[in-house]
Design a protein around this ligand. Structure first.
Ligand SMILES: Nc1ncnc2c1ncn2[C@@H]1O[C@H](COP(=O)(O)OP(=O)(O)O)[C@@H](O)[C@H]1O
Ligand SMILES: [Mg+2]
Length: 238
């Protein structure tokens, strides 16, 4: 198994309420895929399960062919997974710089050599972060917090970046900046991306592959270059 990510029959639950049922898919290095589906179908739960923030109740998760099913979120970050959670979750009382430095802990891995500092490319992708470096994250706009959350995940130099609705509730001019930055993360850095996104047009143009979820299962998947976006629109829109 030389894929970057494999999910095999993954189930997950909150208490007695099962939310994910037999989810299985693979991703290769550098690929971009989008997870689509209406509210409450389990998209966020799926990303949390991949990140290790929620234990699986069945099945297996592999990163680079290694079974990480029992591994903590912190160890999975070290294994190369970056996570931009829904709602951003930056540390409000820490400055922008301090928030970015939190992301550096993912660099505590065997393969990492060189200095442990926030890579220049984070500031290159999001120049605004340089200007607001000393501000507390709690006072930033939603768009600034989102750039910070993405920057924090990239500071750990992930090979796979999980993004949960990164443009949700962000003003339109910043949405464009975030989309442009994500395109550069793909093309210039070669980072694989798994993105949950409500903007279907962006998701379709951005991703190579798509997965549509309904009630905790993947009910449809394919390649965005082969299928017209209309094949999924009715499964995604309310
Ligand atoms: N922390 C939680 N505790 C209990 N149930 C939850 C929790 N988070 C989500 N759920 C339930 O799990 C289901 C899937 O939620 P979620 O993964 O957030 O969906 P989506 O991201 O697709 O909107 C929903 O029915 C939701 O109510
Ligand atoms: Mg969600």
């Amino acid at each position: 198994m030389s894929d970057l990510l494999n999910l095999r029959s993954v189930s997950a639950a909150y208490g007695n309420g099962q939310v994910l049922w037999d989810v299985a898919f693979d991703m290769k290095g550098g690929e971009a895929a989008t997870v689509l589906g209406r509210n409450g179908v389990g998209k966020t739960t799926l990303l949390k399960t991949i990140m290790g923030q929620l234990p699986v109740s069945g099945g297996h998760v592999y990163i680079d062919g290694e079974d990480v099913t029992a591994m903590s979120a912190h160890m999975r970050a070290r294994a190369g997974i970056g996570f931009v959670p829904q709602g951003r979750h930056v540390f409000p009382h820490l400055t922008v710089t301090e928030n970015l430095e939190v992301g550096l802990s993912a660099l505590d891995r065997k393969s990492h050599t060189g200095p442990k500092r926030v890579p220049e490319m984070v500031f290159d992708l999001f120049p605004k972060l340089t200007q607001i470096a000393k501000r507390k994250a709690g006072v930033l706009s939603g768009g600034e917090q989102q750039q910070l959350a993405i920057g924090r995940a990239l500071a750990g130099k992930p090979s796979l970046l999980l993004l949960d609705e990164p443009t949700e509730g962000i003003q339109p001019n910043i949405v464009q900046q975030i989309e442009d930055a994500l395109l550069r993360v793909r093309t210039e850095l070669g980072v694989a991306i798994l993105i949950v996104e409500q903007n279907l047009d962006f998701a379709w143009s951005f991703a190579d592959r798509y997965f549509v979820m309904q009630r905790g299962r993947i009910v449809k998947d394919g390649k965005t270059a082969e299928d017209p976006v209309e094949t999924v629109a009715h499964l995604v829109h309310v």
